[in-house]
Design a binder for this molecule. Structure first.
Ligand code: 9MR
Length: 365
């Protein structure tokens, strides 16, 4: 008969406790989005605004548990940082970076050059001084976050086929004042200020199977090809992923596009995923089911492409989505747009499970 010593008993008890704790930790980790994404070397994150995390402990906790990445919704835009020329205010943007750091989250930069949220003075300044206006902004931004932010949306939404300009470039103040080369120059200026960044071209309207998105896919591919062949230091394409239930989606069309981008030697990130359910008139649970189904189709196609490095949703909870916080975007029946993985009470929805199982079944990177 084996007699257990007091030490054996303690060791056995310790092992059991440790084992239970480990099992619990594994279950906890496993049942989170980042717990599903990380073993595949994928990232999962979401956008936030400081006014949201300042007031909402549940939101903070959800970021803490579910994400590896955080993106500022408005804090890093030019209009926030330099509303008045020469007075650069990084206060709010820095708070997003430190929120990330204190919760173990990496911050992505969004967005250096965008035609919206552009301070009024920039247009006239570019007219008079040209590219140096962009150079000052980009190099200050990259230098300020050197060593803190690696993944950057350098140019956002520069394509708009409806503007009828050469190569479908958006008829923005940048195009008008600086000409078409401003896009490549922006990437070069960013890399000069911080050679270690991953510079993304970020764009919406690349996923629906209709002529509008087809025109944008064609134009974006042509732009990316040109940037690559001219040796511009671009790391990847950010595909925003503002999907609409009222528009058609075809996984094979989307997969072909992803492959074409990957073949240029670019990485891809889904940067702003949400699913607008304004066109759906069914019950809430049926709407959620349909949104979840669309998410699964989209995510399965996206994550099957190994150049895709992960997914960022444009928020976590419907409560704070831009689709519920702008009069222009609200559903006409007055109910919440159920566009994100969590509802307004932070209950998970089918969309959450679509993300979870898409990560689980994604090939290893
Ligand atoms: O969600 C953002 C909203 O809170 C801002 O008011 C708006 C203007 O700055 O930008 C929204 O985010 C946009 C993102 O920066 C670029 N792609 C489209 C997003 C939704 O409009």
């Amino acid at each position: 008969m084996t007699v257990m010593t007091r030490r054996d008993l303690l060791a056995a008890a310790g092992a059991t406790v440790a084992g239970t704790m480990e099992a619990r930790a594994q279950t906890t980790t496993d049942k989170t989005l980042i717990g599903a994404a990380k073993p595949k070397n994928l990232i999962y994150g979401a956008a936030l605004a400081t006014w949201q995390t300042d007031r909402d402990a549940t939101l903070r906790r959800t970021f803490d548990r579910q994400c590896s990445t955080v993106v500022p919704e408005w804090e890093m835009k030019w209009g926030t940082i330099e509303a008045t020329r020469g007075t650069r205010n990084y206060g709010a943007a820095d708070r997003v970076v430190s929120f990330g750091a204190s919760h173990g989250l990496t911050c992505r930069g969004h967005a250096a050059i965008w035609h919206r949220n552009l301070p009024k003075w920039v247009d006239a300044a570019m007219r008079d001084e040209g590219i140096s206006v962009l150079a000052t902004h980009i190099s200050d931004l990259m230098t300020h976050y050197k060593g803190k932010i690696k993944s950057w949306d350098i140019v956002n939404e520069a394509i708009e086929p409806k503007d009828s300009q050469a190569n479908s470039l958006r008829n923005s103040a940048f195009l008008q004042r600086l000409g078409p080369d401003y896009i490549g120059r922006a990437f070069t200026l960013a890399a000069e200020a911080d050679p270690s960044i991953q510079g993304f071209y970020n764009e919406y309207g690349l996923y629906h199977n209709d002529s509008t998105d087809q025109a944008r896919r064609t134009a974006v591919l042509a732009l990316l090809e040109k940037l690559k062949s001219s040796g511009v230091p671009i790391y990847g394409l950010g595909i925003q992923g503002h999907l609409a239930m009222g528009r058609p989606f075809d996984a094979s069309v989307f997969s072909t596009f992803l492959r074409q981008v990957a073949n240029l030697g670019l990485k891809i990130l889904i940067t702003e995923l949400d699913i607008d359910d304004r066109s759906l008139t069914q019950t809430v649970s049926e709407r959620d089911r349909l949104v979840g189904e669309r998410a699964t189709k989209f995510l399965t196609a996206a994550l099957s492409e190994r150049a895709v490095e992960g997914v960022v949703t444009w928020g976590l909870s419907d409560k704070y989505s831009w689709l519920n916080n702008s009069v222009y975007q609200k559903r006409s029946d007055g109910t919440m747009n159920r566009c994100l993985p969590y509802d307004e009470n932070f209950q998970t929805k089918p969309f959450w499970y679509s993300l979870y199982y898409a990560f689980k079944s994604a090939p290893l990177r």
